[in-house]
Design a protein. Structure first.
Length: 281
């Protein structure tokens, strides 16, 4: 069994770890601040960051980020990575911080819990954060639920998503499948059936209710009709690759058996959007 923290996580939270109202605010060089590699969030919405950066340009950083000082004199973020990223985009050289002192083990655990409690994580980031807490600090689902102020069933349901095939998890990461669709797929046991259903959901743009009907048919042993001919599907994948090579952006082609469909081009910033508009005009 893994040894607990020096103070213990419960003690740290009893001390109101993130009650920062009476803590002094200082300024730190923005280039001396680094993100926490254990931060659960892996995706940052580019448009939302641009909007926050514009707000910071006009009003400054209203709420300081929380950091800890490292032995090399730099700072590591405990809470506020999104504000730090937006501040860099806004061109700030310094930003307000509140410094808290923790050792490496305390920092890792507290940062995970803080982000799981406060950040607007996507379902997979949340699930991965719970799993990391359990694996790193020998916690049960019940203990994790208490730490992040969630019900045990909410934690358990989030963790179940991680049992889906990696390709399906990629669909959730990119937004092609919602968490609701993904949870419905958990009723299937066979990985091939899960992938077949996931592709049909995306191609036919099925609602969660329609997905539930599809899953019921699969569980009863009825294979759903394939949305497109395999040769057509292969041709579509090749077209996607050509389009991605030409634009430098992810491209998704959704083709129906009626020979209608749509093309989606993904971009990560307003600069990429402007570049795409130039290419298409």
């Amino acid at each position: 069994m893994k040894k607990g923290l020096g103070k213990g996580l419960d003690a740290l939270f009893e001390e109101n770890t993130f009650d920062i109202a009476d803590k002094p605010v200082t300024e730190a060089d923005i280039n001396d601040i680094e993100p926490d590699k254990n931060q659960p969030r892996r995706e940052f919405d580019a448009q939302a960051l641009d909007e926050l950066a514009e707000s910071i340009k006009q009003h400054g950083v209203i709420s300081p980020i929380v950091v800890t000082r490292l032995q090399n004199g730099r700072y590591r973020i405990i809470a506020g990575e999104r504000r730090w990223r937006a501040s860099k985009l806004a061109g700030l050289s310094k930003m307000p911080v509140i410094v808290r002192e923790y050792n490496e083990q305390e920092l890792s655990e507290i940062s995970l819990v803080e982000n799981l409690q406060r950040e607007n994580l996507n379902p997979l980031e949340e699930a991965c954060g719970y799993r990391r807490l359990m694996d790193s600090f020998n916690l049960t689902q019940e203990q994790v639920a208490v730490k992040v102020s969630k019900s045990r069933s909410a934690v358990a349901n989030a963790l179940r998503l991680l049992s889906l095939p990696e390709q399906v998890l990629d669909f959730v990461r990119t937004g092609e499948l919602s968490a609701g669709h993904a949870r419905t797929l958990l009723a299937l046991e066979n990985a091939d059936d899960i992938l077949l259903a996931a592709n049909k959901i995306i191609t036919d743009e099925l609602s969660v209710r329609k997905t539930e009907e599809l899953i019921k048919k699969l569980r009863e042993g009825q294979k759903p009709a394939k949305s497109t001919d395999p040769e057509v599907e292969l041709a579509i994948r090749k077209l996607e690759e050509r389009a991605m090579s030409g634009t430098g952006n992810k491209v998704k082609i959704k083709h129906s058996p009626k020979n209608t469909g749509k093309i989606e081009i993904f971009y990560n910033s307003t600069a990429e959007l402007e570049k795409l508009i130039e290419m298409l005009s």
